[in-house]
Structures are given as C-alpha cells and as structure tokens.
Ligand binder design. Structure first.
Ligand SMILES: [Zn+2]
Length: 359
C-alpha cells in the first residue's frame, strides 16, 4: 500500500509525499490511499536530549535493580513515541543496562543514543549511583571499561560537598584527555555541570553540556564556534528550586543559575549555538513539549524553542530527519505552526513512526 500525505513545514511551501512500508517515497501512480494532512504543520519528530529511560521518575534515582531498569525501558520508550518524541538521547544510568534500549524493536521505540553508567569520583555524585572513577583512573577507565556502543559517555563534572558547596570532579587536563579517548571510540561526551565545571568542560572540548546554569558568556561563544551542544533542562532547574526550597542555600544557587540561563538563552540563539530540550525526569517521559515552553519563557523564540525540541537534536547527532523520499517515514503533525506558537507541540494531531500511525 502506498499512501499520499501532504507535508507543510513550519517554513517553506507545502508538498506531497508518499509512504510505502516504513519509508517515504515519491508520490506516483502507485498511490492507493490518501491521508488528509494539508491543513496541518509537519515536523520529523520531537526529540528529548536528556532522558533516562531506565527510570520512571526522580524517585527512582537510587536503588533500582538492573531487572527493574530493564523492565522500565520499553514502557518509558513507548511513552515518548505516543507523544511524538521520536529521538531520545539517554544521558546515563546506574549501570550499563541502559544500553539494552538499542536492541529493542525499532517499531516500538524512538531512535535512541545512550550513555551507560554515569561516571564520577567518590563523593562526586549521588552515593551508590553509577560508577566511581577517581581522576587518575578516568582515562584508563574510558579506554578499557566504559560502554561507548550507545554513542555517549556521561561524566559528572561537579557536585556539592557538605560545607564546601559545588566542587569540580575532574581537572581540565584529565577531561581534555578523556574527550580524546571517547572521540577515538566513536562516541561523544556529555558532562553534568550545575556549577563552575561548566567552563572547564567547554575548554576540554566536551560535546554536550548538561544543565550548565553557570556557563559564562565566553563559554556560550566558544561552544557555539566549535559546534557543541547545550541541554539546559529548565524544568529540572525549577524542580530543584522547589524541592530544596527557594530560600535554602541550594535553592538560591539554583535560582541564580536559572537567572543566568535566562540571560544565556537569547545569546545562544543569536550565536546559533545548538540548544537542545531535555526532560531529565523532572518532566514526565514523552512530555518534552513542556520543556519547549519553558525554553521560550526563559529566552528562546517560539521558533528556536521548537527547533531545540525537534530538528536540532536530529541534526546534532547526524541523523537525517528531512521529510523527503528515501528517508524513514517518521512525521508528527500539529494543528498550528509551532514556529509561531510553541505550545502546540504538546498536542500532536497525528504521529507516524516508521510508516505506521500511532494511536
Ligand atoms: Zn539527568
């Protein structure tokens, strides 16, 4: 069966395209059916660039067995597909079990790239979560033990210590060498930073800055020039302000970070820095549209917030997402133009994944 659809992109003229099996083809005399989509706007899928498919909520952060994480993955992955989220960058887990998402049936999940066990030194992250690697052992660990098959390695760049505030986990020289090792293995490095390690991570050549509330203007410029990515996770920042209390020392730090993010986001847009939307469990699986709205509230235009929540992530990981013949038939339709009103991302009218309409 070959089905004719109309693609109306947020910018540019509408055009006809056909779906045959799991792919897009040129519309020709093979067309046997028609789905009316000319009144809708089309994107190649939403994307969540900071998810953790092994967990269902922040409460799961400590104590889940590999078996439970393994059971969670197909459920959380499907929650994304049902809301039109067709690309996930999973930014790490307690163990390398997160990588099993790569082996699941492609019809039943988004495209995934995934980091394994999160890497940090002792006291450098939530106790008992991920794998502890001291700075002097980091390079060797990455060379011989870290999982790179999923395309990402996740390193915790800074973490608060009692009485000291946030402390940088790895010296910049170590981080620089780490990035080279991971790149040689064909993967990218994502660094969690809630404090000053952001500047070290940028200087070290890290690919993606996760959170990064204290990126400086200089960092934003440097990251833009070398084509890095920034995943601000505004929903997560707000979650922690609420959880810690806005008047606690932690809450004040997160609030100051949110203010800094609100200054950095317009600059990032102006400079063409790749900003990506990430849910990070503060926003439920599949609801990345919520982060898109927060990105707009904190400084991006509707257009840039939409791009951050869709095409930018596909482009960043080098996955062809253009709605043209020869590509996989993935498309999500909306009733209004998301470049004009980003809130429409929360209400997909129709989702097609690998040629099949998702009910
Ligand atoms: Zn996270």
């Amino acid at each position: 069966m070959t089905t004719l659809i109309t693609i109306r992109p947020p910018e540019g003229d509408p055009y006809d395209l056909a779906i045959e099996d799991t792919g897009f083809v040129e519309p020709d005399d093979r067309v046997t059916s028609h789905i009316e989509t000319g009144h809708l706007w089309a994107l190649p899928g939403l994307a969540d660039a900071h998810a953790h498919l092994t967990m269902t909520s922040s409460n799961d952060i400590v104590g889940l067995s590999d078996e439970t994480m393994r059971e969670n993955i197909p459920v959380t992955a499907w929650a994304h597909v049902e809301r039109g989220v067709l690309l996930i960058l999973d930014k790490g887990a307690n163990t390398d079990v997160s990588l099993v998402s790569l082996d699941h049936d492609a019809d039943l999940r988004p495209y995934v790239e995934v980091a394994g066990a999160m890497i940090h030194p002792a006291d450098g992250y939530m106790e008992g979560y991920g794998v502890e690697v001291e700075p002097e052992d980091l390079v060797e660990h990455l060379r011989t033990k870290a999982a790179t098959r999923g395309g990402w390695v996740k390193i915790v760049g800074d973490w608060p210590r009692r009485g000291l505030g946030p402390v940088t986990n790895y010296p910049v020289d170590t981080l620089t060498e780490a990035v080279e090792i991971v790149h040689d293995a064909g993967a990218r490095v994502a660094v969690h930073t809630m404090a000053r390690a952001a500047s070290d991570a940028v200087a070290a050549g890290v690919d993606s800055i996760e959170h990064g509330p204290f990126l400086t203007e200089e960092d934003i410029r440097a990251l833009a020039v070398r084509g890095g990515a920034w995943v601000p996770t505004i929903g997560n920042q707000k979650y922690w302000i609420d959880a810690l209390g806005p008047d606690s020392s932690g809450g004040r730090l997160f609030s100051a970070g949110l203010d800094q993010m609100s200054e950095n986001l317009p600059l990032a847009e102006e400079l063409g820095l790749t900003v990506l939307a990430g849910s990070d469990l503060a926003i439920a699986h599949g609801e990345i549209a919520t982060e898109a709205v927060l990105l707009r509230e904190h400084g991006l235009s509707d257009r840039a917030a939409t791009i951050a929540t869709s095409t930018a992530a596909f482009d960043y990981v080098g996955r062809e997402a253009s709605l043209t013949a020869g590509n996989t038939a993935d498309v999500v339709f909306f009733a209004d133009n998301p470049y004009v009103d980003v809130t429409v991302l929360d209400r997909p009218e129709m989702i097609i994944r690998r040629g099949r309409i998702i009910e």
